[in-house]
Design a protein around this ligand. Structure first.
Ligand SMILES: *Cc1c(COP(=O)(O)O)cnc(C)c1O
Length: 423
């Protein structure tokens, strides 16, 4: 059956999440498909940020314990709100640091090379910042990353095979760090299976959840994941540079943090100012210093929406609207040189479509000129993320029509095929 604009309009009418669209600041005459890089501002996130600013205005130093959102407990409160999104207990999640800083903290805490087990296992497709962090952690231990950082290879440059990862879990591996969802191809790794295999071999395993938090459900505690970390500015819409998230399985509570600081204290002991740290009995123990309150504040409003809408409903729509985009591309854009570069199966696909084309860089520029915001990943990927909370099926229809026009009119030819400084 041929898909039409009427199909899209009908899907919008039946969409129970459609009502959240008006909660976000969407630009007129523009279609935003980059929520997987930086989610949009919602009115609720704006409200909680302004409330926190007002708490400062009204209460000065007393804002730590008084006001609408007392700052002293904000990281813990947000951790509790975020726990259902990762399938953790309320005290296993804390909102602190940033992705890369939290990775440093977790590796400093849980990487303990001993005897034959001295290596860290990662993969060759992972995000560069994670690799830089792992290389520098090895350096601190006086180990050479050429020999001690093992990167599982991808057979095709886009996907990872769980089988190959499991094969690499040898008795030389002390720690495994993997993405939940690959940032380019959008492949979901089988976290449950990989965790079970790592546990079986006595290897600790942690996940980078940047591309899955707020897009797909997780069951970290049920699966037995040791730890995880992620950022909250992508699918979670917490704002540019908002504070990140960290999960530690309760079986590890009490493990001394590799990078300790006074915010890792038990709350009631912190202001005793003793030189002996009394560690919090929760993921809060892995905080370092004073939280960035004004960067935490928008998350209160942003998470309220997730609590209300429900991550299962968000995932259901995300799968459906991404499939609609892929079906439309197949129907409308065949013969134009595009290739779908993400997994087609629902269970292996994250929250974005990864469209490959050899002219990708300049097609992205042409899309932007037409009011459509994608992002580009070198050398040939156009990432398009219809977001469950604020993208409509009608917009997806429009995007594909514009893309077709750009290609048939060769609009992209007036741009250079190279990336901008931020892609
Ligand atoms: C976005 C992203 C990061 C970014 O790390 P920051 O410390 O927040 O700059 C790291 N890893 C992955 C997989 C990402 O997608």
């Amino acid at each position: 059956m041929l898909l039409s604009l009427e199909n899209a309009q009908l899907l919008d009418k039946e969409d129970s999440l459609n009502r959240y669209r008006e909660e976000f600041y969407l630009k007129p005459n523009s279609i935003y498909l980059d929520g997987n890089s930086l989610g949009l501002l919602s009115k609720r996130a704006e409200r909680t940020l302004l409330e926190s600013l007002n708490d400062w205005k009204e209460h000065g130093i007393d804002g730590w314990t008084k006001g609408k959102h007392p700052w002293f407990f904000l990281s813990e409160k947000l951790g509790e709100m975020m726990a259902p999104l990762v399938g953790g207990l309320a005290n296993e999640v804390i909102v602190t640091g940033s992705t890369t800083v939290n990775l440093h903290q977790l590796v400093a805490t849980f990487y303990k090379p001993e005897g034959k087990r001295t290596k860290i296992l990662a993969d060759e497709l992972t995000f560069p910042s994670d690799i830089y962090a792992l290389q520098s952690q090895l350096r601190i231990h006086g180990l050479d990353s050429n020999t001690h950082l093992v990167r599982v290879k991808s057979r095709d440059g886009s996907f990872l095979e769980e089988e190959a990862i499991i094969e690499a879990m040898t008795d030389e591996i002390a720690l495994i760090i993997l993405p939940t969802v690959l940032y380019r191809s959008g492949q979901i790794l089988d976290m449950k299976r990989l965790t079970a295999e790592a546990n079986k071999r006595g290897i600790l395993i942690g996940f980078d959840g940047c591309h899955s938090i707020g897009a797909i459900p997780h069951s970290f505690t049920e699966w037995g994941v040791d730890f995880a970390y992620w950022c909250n500015y992508k699918h979670l819409n917490g704002g540019p540079g908002t504070v990140g998230g960290l999960y530690v399985n309760s079986k590890h509570f009490g493990t001394a943090p590799g990078l300790a600081g006074w915010f890792g204290s038990k709350k009631e002991k912190q202001f005793d100012m003793e030189h002996t740290l009394t560690l919090a009995d929760s993921a809060g123990a892995y905080q370092i210093g004073t939280p960035h309150v004004l960067s935490l504040a928008p998350l209160l409003g942003a998470l309220e929406i997730f609590t209300e809408a429900g991550i299962e409903n968000i995932r259901t729509k995300s799968l459906k609207i991404n499939k609609f985009l892929m079906d439309l591309l197949e129907q409308e854009a065949t013969g134009l040189g595009f290739m779908i570069g993400n997994p087609l199966e629902d269970y292996r696909r994250g929250g974005h479509v990864s469209l490959e084309h050899k002219e990708a860089a300049r097609i992205c520029k042409a899309l932007k000129e037409n009011g459509i915001i994608p992002d580009f990943r070198a050398p040939n990927i156009i990432r398009l993320a219809p977001v469950a909370l604020y993208t409509s099926y009608s917009e997806v229809w429009e995007v594909v029509q514009v893309l077709k026009k750009i290609m048939t009119e060769k609009q992209y030819e007036k741009f250079k095929n190279e990336r901008e400084i931020i892609a």
